[in-house]
Ligand binder design. Structure first.
Ligand SMILES: [Zn+2]
Length: 271
């Protein structure tokens, strides 16, 4: 399954496909990523999946009337929540209005989706004002918050949302720690001790960071596969392994266990 609006970025496609294929969308997501454009695309994709009226098959189907409106940005039940232009942050009234509006039934779709495009600009007051609606939303309401990083969010706010961390964006810019590159090098040596010590770096990661590192690692394996198809099998298997670990990280399996499974799994592949 792939999504035309993701420009063929495979890691992002795979990540969202897992969310959408699982069939049950959560009522609240925070989508993190470096690029506002990528965040926007993912937010719209999730919103389309919420309103899609296709009875069966993939959601979003991109052909039903709801998907078509969503793709054109004119679906009446997908509501951007914008801050007032002259303010640096979201005002608390905007969030209160959103919560009130969420108690009104959707117009056309089965769901009503609020997209907060500048989640980094939600003050602690705003987040506190949103807690109740995030915790006990009406069955038809969904919230998608786009943000550059988790830094601005209260733990209580984050804990009510599913966090999706977009890996490297389509410009190929590498962010962060260099973990993916270091692990790939260790993997290429085929020396089990090298792999174990490279994987250890994951042990101390917070969950969001862990998901980001695994996302980058998966993308690095896929890239490697493209540049040296001859030695492809191990890289395909490794990318699959990392996909499974990403699901575990999503399900809150500890960083220590995931680091262990990464090194053990890769060493099995190299035997
Ligand atoms: Zn549809």
């Amino acid at each position: 399954m792939s999504f035309p609006f993701l420009n063929g970025n495979e890691a992002l496609n795979a990540r969202l496909a897992r969310v959408l294929e699982s069939g049950t969308l959560s009522h609240a997501y925070i989508v993190y990523g470096d690029s506002p454009e990528e965040r926007r695309k993912h937010g719209n994709l999730l919103a389309s999946a919420h309103v899609c009226s296709s009875a069966e098959g993939e959601r979003p189907c991109s052909v039903c009337k709801d998907c078509r409106k969503a793709l054109r940005g004119i679906h009446p039940d997908i509501k951007p929540v914008l801050r007032e232009k002259d303010k640096r942050n979201y005002g608390i009234d905007i969030i209160r209005e959103m919560a009130m509006d969420a108690s009104v039934l959707p117009n056309e779709a089965a769901k009503k989706v609020y997209i907060i495009p500048e989640g980094d600009l939600l003050t602690a007051k705003c987040q506190n004002a949103a807690l109740k609606i995030l915790e006990e939303p009406p069955a038809y309401a969904a919230f998608i918050i786009l943000a550059e990083s988790p830094g601005a969010f209260l733990e209580t706010f984050r804990s009510r949302c599913i966090e999706l961390f977009l890996g490297a964006d389509t410009t190929g810019k590498t962010s962060g720690s260099g973990f993916a590159d270091a692990f790939l090098k260790a993997f290429a040596t085929r020396d089990p001790l090298e792999t174990v010590s490279a994987a250890l770096r994951l042990e101390k990661c917070e969950r969001v960071e862990l998901i980001s590192e695994l996302g980058e690692l998966r993308e690095a394996f896929v890239k490697q596969l493209r540049s040296s198809p001859a030695s492809g099998e191990a890289y395909i298997a490794a990318a699959d392994l990392v996909s499974r670990l990403l699901e575990m990280a999503d399900a809150n399996v500890s960083a220590g266990s995931i680091a262990g499974m990464l090194s053990a799994g890769c060493n099995m592949l190299l035997k």
